[in-house]
Ligand binder design. Structure first.
Ligand code: NAG
Ligand code: NAG
Length: 322
């Protein structure tokens, strides 16, 4: 009994001391903390070369914004943030997907995140109108047919259900992620590097959530095909590696151990290279993949008229033959 009383007495005593500490006037013994970062006064915020790299990323951000907004809500940038579309043509074939509650909430959040990304890239380095995007079910079906090397019957429909939609989304933020990693060494301004870090973090997070959703269902068959979710991810990644034409830069959610973390795991929730670093891709590799043609000079796939911005535009003109 006495112990209990003295314990609560002690607690009250310490609480009193603690709360009295809180009453030390701010600024006397507790100056406001510095919240950085503080850049050297002569540091350059944005270098001219940074602009074209970050503008290149707008192609992918437009693709993600429209795909996710439409998938979750049934409408896109023209309803949510019309000024960001800058009068570009509406996406072809985008529509609301038949999503379960979890997938809907995730994809809605991702869609709004892409709106922020578009806004901040444009306010930092400027931009261009939304390019024509092909988000039609038949475009996704063609990609899946390519991934498996034969026609899937019935044609793959990304909008049919949550697993199909997440499989089709597996196609998208990952390309942004590898693009940002690949771009990183070419940026020099502190503001553009800070922006890239912020974009990369969220793209990676989106990719991780999508991969986790698929990993949890990796052994389920994707109805009505005789392929598991894991097999779909493996085939999609192989297709992208083939289109990128620069070796293995991604893997499915289940791998042989020689592709797992430290060569020891068959789970591959995060796709990474040796020492578990994220893979990087150049703009040319990215275009080969999103065009679906394996050729950065030949548009198609998600961007039927090609990407915009100086980098993609210049690549649309084939180099002279030597
Ligand atoms: C489905 O695939 C499995 C393994 O790949 C195979 O053993 C099985 O025979 C296939 N079933 C049908 C109906 O094609
Ligand atoms: C994993 O295997 C690759 C060859 O497949 C090798 O180059 C690499 O050093 C290995 N990594 C570790 C951590 O053992």
């Amino acid at each position: 009994m006495t112990t209990i009383i003295s314990n609560s007495f002690l607690s009250a005593f310490f609480l009193l001391i603690l709360s009295s500490l809180n009453f030390v006037p701010l600024g006397v013994s507790n100056p406001p903390p510095t919240c950085g970062p503080v850049f050297p006064p002569d540091a350059v915020a944005v270098y001219a070369e940074d602009i074209h790299f970050l503008q290149f990323a707008l192609n992918l951000e437009y693709l993600e914004a429209e795909y996710f907004l439409f998938g979750a809500l049934g409408y896109g940038l023209d309803q949510v943030a019309q000024e960001l579309a800058m009068g570009g043509p509406p996406p072809k074939g985008a529509k609301k997907a038949n999503l379960d509650d979890l997938a809907k909430r995730l994809i809605e959040e991702f869609g709004y995140q892409e709106v922020g990304h578009l806004r901040v890239i444009k306010s930092t380095v400027g931009g261009y109108p939304r390019p024509l995007l092909d988000l039609s079910a038949s475009n996704f079906a063609a990609i899946m047919d390519n991934a498996f090397g034969h026609h899937l019957e019935p044609p793959f429909d990304p909008y049919a259900n949550s697993v199909n939609y997440m499989l089709s989304s597996y196609l998208i933020p990952y390309v942004g992620l590898t693009g940002y990693v690949g771009m990183n060494p070419f940026l020099n301004g502190y503001k553009t590097k800070r922006l890239l870090g912020g974009l990369l973090g969220v793209e990676s997070g989106q990719d991780a959530v999508i991969r986790m959703y698929l990993y949890e269902r990796s052994q389920e068959l994707v109805h009505p095909y005789n392929y598991t979710v894991a097999e779909f991810t493996t085939q999609i990644s192989k297709l992208r590696n083939n289109l990128g034409r620069c070796g293995i830069k991604e893997e499915g959610v289940i791998v042989p151990t020689n592709l797992g973390a430290e060569n020891l795991t068959t789970s591959n929730v995060l796709s990474a290279m040796s020492d578990s670093k994220s893979y990087g891709r150049t703009p040319a590799e990215i275009l080969r993949i999103v065009y679906g043609t394996g050729n950065e000079h030949v548009p198609g796939g998600f961007l039927p008229n090609g990407g915009d911005g100086k980098i993609a535009r210049q690549l649309l003109v084939p180099p002279p033959y030597y």
